[in-house]
Ligand binder design. Structure first.
Ligand code: FAD
Length: 395
C-alpha cells in the first residue's frame, strides 16, 4: 500500500489524514508539521483563545487510533520528485504520494521585521504573545481592516484596550466585498469604540509608534499587522511544482499539483473553478475541510467529482456573526435584503437571474437557505428576495 506523506499539520493536512482512513486507505500515512504543538484549529485563535475563554483549540482526533504518524516540529525544506523524497529538518522522508497542505503565512509590512512590539496573528505562538497584551489592556494599533484586523479589534476592545485601526483603502474589507455592503461596517468599529482611520497608508513603524503616510503618528504599546496571508510555499522553489500568483500551488480540478503523485489542498493551493470560470485561491476554513475529501478519494481510487465548491466562510466581529457563501463579481446584480445600517441584514448577488453569492449579517437562516440555492444555481425572484420576512427560495 502506498505511503502518503502530508506536509502541514493544520486543518487541511489533518483532514486529509482522516479522510484517507475514512476512504479505506490502509498504507502508512505521515503528517509533517513545522509547529511543535499538537494540531489545532485556527479560527478560535482570534476569538475565544485570544480572550482566554478557551485554553486552546487542539483537534479532538486520536492519531494513534487512526494509525497516522504525526511528526511535529519537523519542517519540509525541499522536494525531490525524482526519488520521491521530501527533505525535512529531520532528514529525508520518502513518499509514494505527497499532499501539500502547508497553508499560508501572514504578509508583513516592509521594514518591520525585527521591530519590537510588531506582531502578526496566525499561530498559537502568536496568541501566546498577544493574549497577555490584551489582558494588560495595552494600547493597540492594527494595520488593516480586513477579517483578522476586525476580529483582533473586537477581542482587544472586549479586553478593554484602546484600539486604533489604520486601513489604506477607504473602508473595511475593501478587498473582499463591494462598497455598498462594507461602508456600513465602519459604523461597527465606531460603535465598539475602535478608532478607524481609512484612506491612509503606513509610512514606517518603530517600537511604540505607527507613523502614517499623512504625517500623523499613532502611539501604541503593540502593533498588529493584519494585511492578508500568502501561501507558505517558498520551500518548493525549484522543485518543479508549478506555483502561480501569490506563490500558490497550481492544482487541477482533482487537486493534483504539476508533478506526479503530488496533490495540494487548503490555503496553499489554487484550483480551477468551472462554476465561477476562474482559478480560485481560497483562504478559509471550509475549503480546508472540503478539499481533503477530494484528495483522499483520488488517492484511494474512489469516484470523485471535480473539486468545485461554493466557497463559504464566517467571521465574528463587533458582536456580529458575518457569513458569506459563493463568489461574486462586480457586474452581478446586488439585492439588499434588510437595511445594512440595522443589526441583521443580508446582501444577495444575482447573475442571469440566479443567486451566485450572499453575505448574511446576523441572519444564519438566510445563509443556510441561500447557500443551497447558490449550489443549485437556482433562479431567484429579486423582488421577493428583497423582503427579509419571506424565506429565500427558488423562483
Ligand atoms: P494552515 O492552517 O496554515 O496550516 C498549515 C500548517 O502547515 C501550519 O501549521 C504550518 O506551520 C505548517 N507548515 C507550513 N509550512 C510547512 C513546511 N514546510 N513543513 C511542515 N509544515 C509546514 N476561516 C474562516 O472561514 N472563518 C474564520 O472565522 C477564520 N478565522 C481565522 C482566524 C485566524 C486567526 C486565522 C489565522 C485564520 C482564520 N481562518 C478563518 C482561516 C482558516 O483558519 C484557514 O483557512 C485554515 O486554517 C487553512 O488551513 P490549512 O491547513 O490549509 O493551513
Amino acid at each position: 500500500d502506498q505511503r502518503v506523506v502530508i506536509v502541514g499539520a493544520g486543518m487541511a493536512g489533518v483532514q486529509t489524514a482522516v479522510a484517507l482512513r475514512e476512504c479505506g486507505h490502509q498504507g502508512p500515512v505521515t503528517v509533517l508539521g513545522a509547529e511543535p504543538h499538537p494540531p489545532y484549529d485556527r479560527p478560535p485563535l482570534s476569538k475565544a483563545v485570544l480572550l482566554g475563554q478557551a485554553e486552546g483549540s487542539a483537534f479532538d482526533i486520536d492519531f494513534d487510533a487512526l494509525g497516522v504518524e504525526l511528526r511535529l516540529g519537523v519542517g519540509a525544506t525541499g522536494l525531490r520528485p525524482g526519488p520521491r523524497e521530501v527533505d525535512t529538518t529531520a532528514g529525508p522522508v520518502p513518499y509514494d504520494a505527497l499532499v501539500l497542505a502547508c497553508g499560508a503565512r501572514p504578509r508583513t509590512l516592509p521594514g518591520t521585521s525585527g521591530v519590537p512590539g510588531v506582531h502578526v496573528l496566525r499561530t498559537l505562538d502568536d496568541v501566546a504573545v498577544l493574549r497577555p497584551l490584551l489582558q494588560a489592556q495595552r494600547d493597540i494599533a492594527i494595520v488593516g481592516a480586513g477579517w483578522i484586523g476586525a476580529e483582533f479589534a473586537t477581542a482587544a476592545r472586549a479586553a478593554g484596550c484602546a484600539v486604533t485601526v489604520v486601513e489604506a483603502a477607504d473602508r473595511p474589507l475593501a478587498h473582499a466585498l463591494p462598497a455598498e455592503v462594507t461602508a456600513p461596517m465602519a459604523g461597527w468599529y465606531a460603535e465598539s469604540g475602535t478608532s478607524l482611520l481609512t484612506g491612509v497608508g503606513v509610512d514606517r513603524v518603530e517600537e511604540g509608534a505607527l507613523h502614517l503616510a499623512n504625517g500623523r503618528a499613532i502611539a501604541a504599546d503593540a502593533i498588529l499587522v493584519g494585511i492578508g496571508a500568502r501561501p507558505a510555499t517558498d520551500w518548493l522553489a525549484g522543485s518543479g511544482v508549478e506555483l502561480g500568483p501569490e506563490g500558490a500551488v497550481r492544482a487541477d480540478a482533482s487537486l493534483r499539483a504539476s508533478l506526479p503523485a503530488v496533490y495540494a489542498v487548503g490555503d496553499c493551493a489554487s484550483f480551477p473553478s468551472a462554476r465561477y470560470g476562474e482559478r480560485l485561491l481560497v483562504h478559509h476554513w471550509d475549503n480546508a475541510l472540503q478539499g481533503p475529501r477530494t484528495v483522499a478519494a483520488h488517492l484511494t481510487g474512489a469516484a470523485a467529482e471535480p473539486y468545485d465548491p461554493v466557497p463559504y466562510f464566517w467571521s465574528e466581529q463587533f458582536g456580529r456573526f458575518v457569513q458569506y457563501a459563493g463568489h461574486h463579481a462586480g457586474a452581478d446584480l446586488l439585492v439588499h435584503r434588510g437595511d445594512p445600517r440595522g443589526s441583521a441584514w443580508s446582501a444577495l448577488w444575482l447573475r442571469g437571474g440566479a443567486l451566485v453569492a450572499l453575505l448574511a449579517v446576523g441572519r444564519p437562516r438566510d445563509l443556510a437557505q441561500g447557500r443551497k440555492l447558490v449550489e443549485a444555481g437556482a433562479p431567484l425572484d429579486p423582488e421577493r428576495a428583497a423582503d427579509p420576512s419571506v424565506p429565500l427560495k427558488r423562483a
